[in-house]
Each structure stands twice: as structure tokens, then as C-alpha cells.
Write a protein that binds this ligand. Structure first.
Ligand code: WQD
Length: 337
């Protein structure tokens, strides 16, 4: 298939583009490069051994997106483009609602105008809010009592897709609820390249290990978890990318949500130790008060994806740390060099 990959130059997007190419699909990357680098596209082509079609546009701007996609065909869309920093969304709610929801609305209408009926949407475990059970399966309530605009945009877009499919029965959509993506392609040529101070644990640890940051702040050690620190379900980005392609190749009319996670929880201190092991570098840390909005444990029950998509994670936390370290140590300044 010819696949439109929105946000295709980003962390998840670049790894998904590569797996699509390896599976014989043609890739159209649409990105506005507001939070990604064109160097990532060059490296995707280097690794994939062939060109991707690049469309530079802001998908939230309907006129600009239509003009940029004029004459460019695609059979399916994987929608990753959007703003994704939880803390930033609390400070900039109208920007997050406008960018994330407008992007989805423009894409859905563009797909309808062109008769494109297959959609994979990048959703998030954040739609579960503060889970009452763990591990979490897709029957758990979502879009209830969320604590940040970013999570609300994901839940709202899931609802928009459901309502759109009710009006357009030919639409087939999968909502992929990511848990915690980590790691990098084993080549070390592409990886996570956050701008500014990393919000997420693994990139922050990697920057401490490489000497870019002094110490890690561990947000609380009094949670009801084995060592008191937060437990999350870390999924290797290559497993996540493969999950997108597995979902795309099995799409049927209707809307289905899938948790993409390993089903195994790891604490903050376990991740620290795993990264020290993988990198051979110390990761000094201080225990500080918990971060507002954090919960003790968020772990997936991925059995629906395992059974219905024939997909499961195959890479370990140790591999993710080793791959993350290879990316970070060979690209200490990210794509900027
Ligand atoms: C993981 C654990 C922190 C940083 C968020 C979004 C989610 C998804 C992934 C987009 C927690 C602890 C972290 C640090 C720390 N993003 N931590 N020191 O919060 O589980 O999920 O990112 O879809 O939607 O909510 O990820 O990596 O920020 O935190 O101690 O410097 O590491 O308390 O226990 P999180 P995270």
C-alpha cells in the first residue's frame, strides 16, 4: 500500500516509516518539522534503501494541507502528527486542542474526499486516566476524569473517529493506545530527539549517562509499588512500529482500540539500573517529591492486540536501553549533531 504517515519525521513516525518500507509499502511522510528534523527523513531513506515522498505542511491548516497533498495519492493513513507533551498541554490548552483536533478533522475529511478508508490513529494510554486496575485492558473506561488537555485530545479524537465511522460506514480505523515508548532502531541512526529538557524518563536518563545532564530526579519513592517508584509498561519503539504495520494490514470496516504494551511493568529504579548496565555509565539520581498528575502504575494487558493483530512485543527493556544508548552516544546532539 501507499501509506500517508503524518508526523512521519518524529520519533514514532520515523521508526514506523522504516518498518513500512521493510514490509514493502510506499511511504508518504507529511510533517511540518515543528518538532522533528528533516535529517530523520534522510536517515530513514538511508536505512530503508529507497526514497520516501516528503510533504511539508501543517496538517492543522486545511488549505495548506490540501494544497501540499494535491496530486499525491495514498491508500491508507497512519496519523501520528500532533503535540504530545503532557505538562506543556496544561500550560497551553487552546494550542493543544486546536492543533491536535484540527489535524485529525482535516485528515478525516481529506481521506473521505479521496475515498481512503483505512486509518491507524496514534492514541495513548493516557486516555485511561488514573487506572483503577492494572494491567489495563481495552474494556476499562477511557476518556473519564483525565488530568491534562493532551490526554483529552486523544480521547476526543477517538470519539471523533467513532462518530465519523458511524456517518461513513466504509471507514476502518484502529486506535493504538501506546504505553511508554522507549529505545531506538538498533543501527543507532534514528531515535528520540526531544527538544529542550526531556519530559520522559528514558531520554532524560540517556542524557545523564552521556553527560548532557547532571542528575536524574526520581519523582517520588513512596508509591505502593515494589520499590516505591513509579511503574510503567515500557515498549521498544521497534515493537511499537511493528504494531502499527500489523494493525494497518488487518484493518476492517469499524473502529477497534488496542493497547500496545509489553504487559510487564518496570519501576523507575529498575530502568535506571538497566540503563547503567547497558551503557556502562553511572546514572546518579535524587529522590524528589512526586510529579503532579503522576499515578503509581500504568501497565497494559496487550492480549487483545496479541490475539487480534497477531502482534506482541519481542524486545526487552535491556535491549531498549542498549539501543537508546547507541543512539544517544553516537548522536549526543540528536539530529542536530
Ligand atoms: C515515566 C515514569 C515518572 C521523568 C507520559 C505520557 C504518556 C506518554 C508517555 C504520550 C513515571 C518517572 C519521569 C523524570 C521520573 N506520552 N519520571 N523522572 O508519565 O508514564 O507517560 O509519557 O503518549 O501519554 O503521560 O512517562 O516517561 O514521563 O514517566 O522519575 O525525569 O518515570 O514519575 O513514574 P509517563 P514518563
Amino acid at each position: 500500500m501507499r501509506v500517508l504517515l503524518t508526523g512521519g519525521a518524529g520519533y514514532i513516525g520515523s521508526h514506523t516509516a522504516l518498518v513500512l518500507m521493510e514490509r514493502g509499502h510506499d511511504v508518504v511522510v507529511l510533517d511540518d518539522f515543528s518538532n522533528s528534523s528533516i535529517e530523520a527523513v534522510r536517515r530513514i531513506e538511508e536505512l530503508g534503501g529507497r526514497a520516501v515522498q516528503l510533504v511539508t505542511a501543517d496538517l492543522a491548516d486545511p488549505a495548506a494541507a490540501r494544497a501540499a497533498l494535491e496530486g499525491i495519492d495514498f491508500d491508507a493513513a497512519i496519523h501520528l502528527a500532533g503535540l504530545k507533551a503532557v505538562g506543556e498541554s496544561v500550560a497551553q490548552p487552546t494550542r493543544y486542542y486546536r492543533v491536535n483536533i484540527d489535524s485529525a478533522l482535516v485528515l478525516l475529511d481529506l481521506m473521505h474526499e479521496r475515498g481512503v478508508t483505512k486509518l491507524v490513529f496514534s492514541s495513548s494510554a493516557t486516555v485511561y486516566g488514573d487506572p483503577t486496575v492494572s494491567p489495563i485492558d481495552e474494556s476499562q473506561p477511557s476518556g473519564v476524569g483525565l488530568t491534562n488537555p493532551y490526554g483529552w485530545t486523544k480521547a476526543m479524537i477517538e470519539q471523533i473517529i467513532r462518530d465519523t465511522r458511524a456517518a461513513r460506514p466504509e471507514l476502518g480505523a484502529v486506535l493504538l493506545r501506546y504505553f511508554n515508548p522507549v529505545g531506538a532502531h538498533p543501527s543507532g541512526r534514528i531515535g528520540e530527539d526531544p527538544s529542550g529538557i526531556p519530559n520522559n524518563l528514558m531520554p532524560f536518563i540517556a542524557q545523564v549517562a552521556v553527560g548532557k545532564r547532571e542528575r536524574l530526579s526520581v519523582f517520588g519513592d513512596a508509591y505502593p509499588t515494589p520499590d516505591g517508584t513509579g511503574v510503567r509498561d515500557y515498549i521498544h519503539v521497534m515493537d511499537l512500529a511493528e504494531g502499527h504495520v500489523a494493525a494497518l494490514e488487518r484493518i476492517e470496516p469499524g473502529v477497534e482500540a488496542y493497547n500496545l504494551g509489553s504487559g510487564t511493568g518496570s519501576s523507575v529504579l529498575e530502568v535506571v539500573r538497566a540503563f547503567e548496565q547497558a551503557s556502562g555509565r553511572p546514572v546518579p539520581y535524587d529522590i524528589v517529591p512526586p510529579r503532579a498528575g503522576d499515578v503509581a502504575e500504568v501497565v497494559a494487558d496487550p492480549s487483545k492486540a496479541n490475539e487480534r493483530l497477531g502482534w506482541s512485543t519481542t524486545r526487552s527493556l535491556a535491549e531498549a536501553c542498549a539501543d537508546s544508548w547507541r543512539w544517544q552516544s553516537t548522536n549526543p546532539g540528536g539530529y542536530a549533531g
